[in-house]
Ligand binder design. Structure first.
Ligand SMILES: NC(=O)c1ccc[n+]([C@@H]2O[C@H](COP(=O)([O-])OP(=O)(O)OC[C@H]3O[C@@H](n4cnc5c(N)ncnc54)[C@H](OP(=O)(O)O)[C@@H]3O)[C@@H](O)[C@H]2O)c1
Length: 327
C-alpha cells in the first residue's frame, strides 16, 4: 500500500515521506479499512512536531487518527457481513503506530463505526476528533440545557463549529467568538445567536451585557491560556468551563473569582474518553448524522503526496474547517 510516514519529529517537509509498505492483515477482532479520506487535525501536527501532550514512541509512524472508507477484510471473530461497510474511524493513531494516512488501516472492529447513508467520506474524515470532541464538550458533566447561555470560544474552528451546532440543537443560546467576518458568517450559519469579534470587541463586556449580567452557564474553551484571565468573570454561579485546548501549556487561574463563583473546570481529551461516554457520543453523533442535522466543513483537500502541504495548512491555522487527504 502507499502510505505516508515519519521516523523522527520535525517540520513537515523534513520528516514526512510517502512510500510503499506491505498491506496490513487484520488480526483477531480487527477490521481492515480501505481508506478514502484521512483527516488532519492540530494534534497530528503537534505529534509530528514532537510538541503535543503525547509524542510518538514508535520507530515509524503513519500519522492521523481520523479517516473514513470501506471495510475490505475482517479478522477472526468479526462477522464477514461487515465487509463492504462504509465506516469512519476513531483513535487510529492513538497508542498505535499506524494511522489513516495510508491506503489501508487495520484496527479493532469497534473503532470502525458504520456511516449513516448520505454521509460522505469527506465529512466523515472529521468525526473521530472534531465531532466527538464537540459532543463531549457539550455533553460532559450533565450536558448543556435548553435556554442556557453557552459560550463557545472559537466557533468557526473545526471543533467549535460542531460545538455551536450541537449546543444550539439542544436549545441552548450560543454566544461565540470569531476573528473575521467570514468566520462570523460560518458560526452564524451553525446556529450561534450572538457573535463577538474577539479582535475588535471587549468579549467579557459583551457577554455580561448580552446575558443581563448573569453570565454563561457553560463555556467551551479552545484556548485556556489565552482566555482564562477573563473567563471566570463571565461565568454564572456554578458554571462549568469545558476545556479542550490551550495555546500555552501553563496558565494562572484566579482562585478568588473561581471559588466565589463555584466554577467547575473540566479538562478533557477525546483520545481518552471513558468507554461508556464514547459509546454515548458515537450513538449521539450517529443519530444527528442519520437525521441530517449537522453541517460539515471541509476547508481544503490534498492528495497523499501533498501531505506536507496539508500539515502546513493546519499549522498556519488559516483554514475555516477541516483539512482532508483523499486517497
Ligand atoms: N482535548 C481534545 O481532545 C482536543 C480535540 C480536538 C482539538 N483539540 C485542540 O483544540 C484546538 C483547536 O482544534 P481545532 O481542530 O478546532 O482547530 P481549528 O480548526 O484551527 O480551530 C481553532 C479555532 O480557535 C480559534 N481561536 C484561536 N485562539 C483563540 C482564542 N484565544 N480565543 C477564541 N478563539 C480562538 C481560531 O479562530 P480565530 O483565531 O480566528 O478566532 C479557530 O477558529 C487545538 O489546539 C487542538 O489541538 C483538543
Amino acid at each position: 500500500m502507499r502510505a505516508a510516514f515519519y521516523e523522527k519529529p520535525g517540520p513537515a517537509r523534513d520528516v514526512l515521506q510517502v512510500t510503499e509498505m506491505p498491506d496490513p492483515t487484520p488480526q483477531a477482532g480487527e477490521v481492515r479499512v480501505k481508506i478514502a479520506t484521512s483527516g488532519v487535525n492540530p494534534s497530528d501536527v503537534k505529534m509530528r512536531m514532537g510538541t503535543g501532550s503525547a509524542v510518538s514512541q514508535y520507530a515509524r509512524t503513519i500519522p492521523h487518527s481520523d479517516g473514513a472508507g470501506v471495510i475490505d477484510a475482517v479478522g477472526e471473530g468479526v462477522p464477514a457481513a461487515r465487509i463492504g461497510e462504509r465506516v469512519w474511524v476513531w483513535n487510529a493513531r492513538w497508542n498505535r503506530a499506524f494511522g489513516t494516512a495510508a491506503e489501508f488501516v487495520t484496527l479493532p472492529a469497534e473503532q470502525a463505526v458504520k456511516l449513516p447513508q448520505g454521509t460522505d467520506f469527506g465529512a466523515a474524515a472529521c468525526f473521530g476528533i472534531p465531532a466527538l470532541t464537540a459532543w463531549q464538550a457539550v455533553e460532559t458533566d450533565g450536558g448543556v440545557e435548553k435556554d442556557q447561555w453557552v459560550l463557545v470560544n472559537g466557533g468557526a474552528g473545526a471543533v467549535g463549529h460542531y460545538a455551536v451546532q450541537m449546543a444550539a440543537l439542544k436549545g441552548a443560546r450560543v454566544i461565540t467568538t470569531v476573528s473575521s467576518p467570514a468566520k462570523a458568517a460560518h458560526a452564524k450559519a451553525a446556529g450561534a445567536e450572538v457573535i463577538i469579534d474577539r479582535k475588535q470587541e471587549d468579549v467579557a463586556a459583551r457577554i455580561k451585557d448580552v446575558t443581563g449580567g448573569k453570565g454563561v452557564a457553560r463555556a467551551i474553551e479552545v484556548d485556556f491560556s489565552g482566555n482564562i484571565a477573563w473567563l471566570p468573570s463571565v461565568m454564572a454561579d456554578y458554571g462549568l468551563i469545558a476545556i479542550y485546548g490551550s495555546s500555552e501549556r501553563e496558565a494562572p487561574v484566579q482562585f478568588g473569582p473561581s471559588i466565589l463563583g463555584n466554577i467547575g473546570y473540566r479538562f478533557f481529551i477525546v483520545y481518552n474518553q471513558p468507554k461508556a461516554f464514547r459509546q454515548r457520543a458515537i450513538a449521539g453523533l450517529t443519530d444527528l448524522l442519520a437525521a441530517n442535522r449537522l453541517q460539515h466543513s471541509i476547508a481544503a483537500t490534498f492528495s497523499l503526496a501533498e501531505i506536507a502541504a496539508a500539515h502546513e495548512a493546519v499549522e498556519r491555522g488559516a483554514t475555516i474547517g477541516n483539512v482532508v487527504i483523499e486517497l
